[in-house]
Every structure is written in structure tokens, then in C-alpha cells.
Design a protein around this ligand. Structure first.
Ligand code: ADP
Length: 264
């Protein structure tokens, strides 16, 4: 990394001097690369044995190989739940790492905004039902150039949080607003809300309002960091407004850029 600055001689209109500042950043780059490789290898090495453990536990819970005592069955269910949690965590770490490092490219195609909302709400239907929460959609008739799978991932992450932190009987709203140069997406819930001092930090990896959230609600603490990466790769913005105890509104924007947009 080199920075050069010229010192002009104002009176004669000539350059009088020149400063050069150099900094070797290859050590930083090498450390970053090492970290990325480490995360990737560890995640892959963990995923394969975990898939096998999960498969075996799942088979045991079916009772096809013989029935266990109730206490044994209960322990099996706990082990199965924890392997599923670990799998989610590894998948999220891998996802975040791949998006951050640019290994996953956003493939932008023309999408109907209403379809994106409907697909996300449909994907979260059974979770909403299990929590006794209703998801309503306020769609908009507009198209956008975006990567539909990744935008759906963003919407389902936000929806799953909204459902998780709502009370039974409450409603979650999934809304899109057509603005001059962008589409504004909103996921609104009336659940427990987020304290003001946490509004910025929850987009950082492994940041939770309550340290027990991961365990209690089965999250990984990476969902919002993934959403932020995806939105930023679309040149959009993501933020949250919330009143603690009254609910939260997660918003993100996506620019209405054209297919010819040369940005990645
Ligand atoms: P997690 O997998 O834990 O849900 P996220 O990154 O998606 O990870 O969210 C981080 C934390 O932000 C959550 O654990 C929770 O504390 C808080 N949070 C996110 N969405 C909401 C919401 N709609 N209402 C209240 N708290 C929320």
C-alpha cells in the first residue's frame, strides 16, 4: 500500500516536494487468508461427520431398530436437536464466509417483488403456525433486479426472528414500499423489541440481546450478519427501529438498478 502526496509551490504554481508513505499489508492479507482457510476447512471437516451422526440418531428415533426406554428416547431427542443446531451453525458460518469473501456471487435477475414476499411467507408458514403467529403481506406491484434466492434468504431470516420473538396470537407484517429509486422492505413485529443500545450491534456476528437467545430460540447469532452481507452486496442498506417491549421493524432497501448495471 503506497500513498503519495505532492506539495505544490503555490507562488510559482509548481510542485515543490513529494512525500511517499508505504505500508506492507501482505502480513494482514496472509492472516486474513489463513483465517478464511481455517474456517472453511474446520467447517467442512465438521459437516461430514455431523451428517453421519445426525443420520444415525434420526434412524434410532424412528424405533425401527428397537424401542428405547422413555428416558433413552428423551436423551436421543436432545442429541438430535443439538446436532441440528450445530449443523445450522456450521452452515451459517460457511454461508457468511462465502458471501464475505465473494465466493458466492449475487446473480441478479428481474424479480417480481410480490413473488419474493409470497415465497418467503410461504417458506415460513409452518414455523408461524407452530408459534401461533399470523404472517400478513402488503405487496407492491414492482420489479427489481436482484438475486432471488439470497433476497428470499434475507426475508426468511428476518421473518423467522420476527416469529420467534413474537407472542402467540400476534401478527407479523411483511411489507414492500415502492420508492423513487429503490424498494423498501419491512418486516414488522409486535414482540419483545430490542433495547436501544443493542440496535447497532445485533447486526454483528454472534451478538444477541440476551445471552440465552441462541439456546432458548435455537438461533445461531449469524442470521442478521448474513442479511447485512447480502443487502450490502446488492448496494442496499439494512437497519432496525424498535421500541423495547413493543416490537421491532427491520428495514432494508434494494436499489432499482437496471440489468445493465455493471456492479457485481
Ligand atoms: P439468531 O440466530 O440468534 O436469531 P440473528 O443474527 O438473526 O441471530 O439475531 C441476533 C439477535 O438479535 C437475536 O438473538 C435477538 O437477540 C435479536 N433479534 C433479532 N431479531 C429480533 C426481533 N425481531 N425481535 C427481538 N429481537 C431480535
Amino acid at each position: 500500500w503506497v500513498s503519495i502526496s505532492y506539495q505544490p509551490d503555490i507562488q510559482k504554481g509548481k510542485v515543490k516536494g513529494c512525500f511517499a508513505l508505504t505500508q506492507d499489508i501482505s502480513a494482514h492479507k496472509a492472516a486474513d487468508q489463513l483465517k478464511d482457510e481455517f474456517v472453511s476447512v474446520v467447517s467442512h471437516e465438521l459437516r461430514t461427520p455431523l451428517t453421519s451422526i445426525h443420520g444415525s440418531l434420526k434412524l434410532l428415533t424412528t424405533g425401527k431398530l428397537g424401542h428405547l426406554a422413555p428416558q433413552g428416547q428423551e436423551l436421543l431427542e436432545i442429541a438430535l436437536n443439538n446436532t441440528e443446531r450445530l449443523t445450522r451453525l456450521i452452515n451459517d458460518v460457511l454461508d457468511l464466509e462465502r458471501i464475505e469473501s465473494g465466493l458466492i456471487k449475487m446473480i441478479k435477475v428481474r424479480c417480481r417483488v410480490a413473488d419474493l414476499l409470497e415465497q418467503a411467507a410461504h417458506a415460513m408458514g409452518s414455523m408461524a403456525q407452530a408459534h401461533g403467529v399470523t404472517v400478513n403481506i402488503v405487496p407492491v406491484e414492482a420489479d427489481i433486479y436482484a438475486d432471488p434466492d439470497h433476497i428470499e434468504q434475507t426475508l426468511t431470516n428476518l421473518l423467522s426472528n420476527a416469529i420467534k420473538f413474537s407472542l402467540q396470537g400476534q401478527t407479523v407484517l411483511l411489507e414492500a414500499v415502492d420508492q423513487p429509486h429503490q424498494i423498501l422492505f419491512k418486516v414488522i413485529d409486535h414482540g419483545r423489541g430490542i433495547p436501544e443500545d443493542k440496535l447497532e450491534t445485533i447486526f454483528e456476528r454472534f451478538q444477541q440481546v440476551d445471552a440465552s437467545d441462541t439456546r432458548k430460540h435455537g438461533g445461531t447469532g449469524l442470521g442478521l450478519a448474513i442479511c447485512r452481507e447480502i443487502v450490502q452486496h446488492h448496494h442496499g442498506r439494512i437497519w432496525v427501529k424498535s421500541i423495547h417491549g413493543q416490537g421491532s421493524t427491520f428495514c432494508f432497501t434494494l436499489p432499482k438498478s437496471s440489468r445493465e448495471d455493471p456492479s457485481p
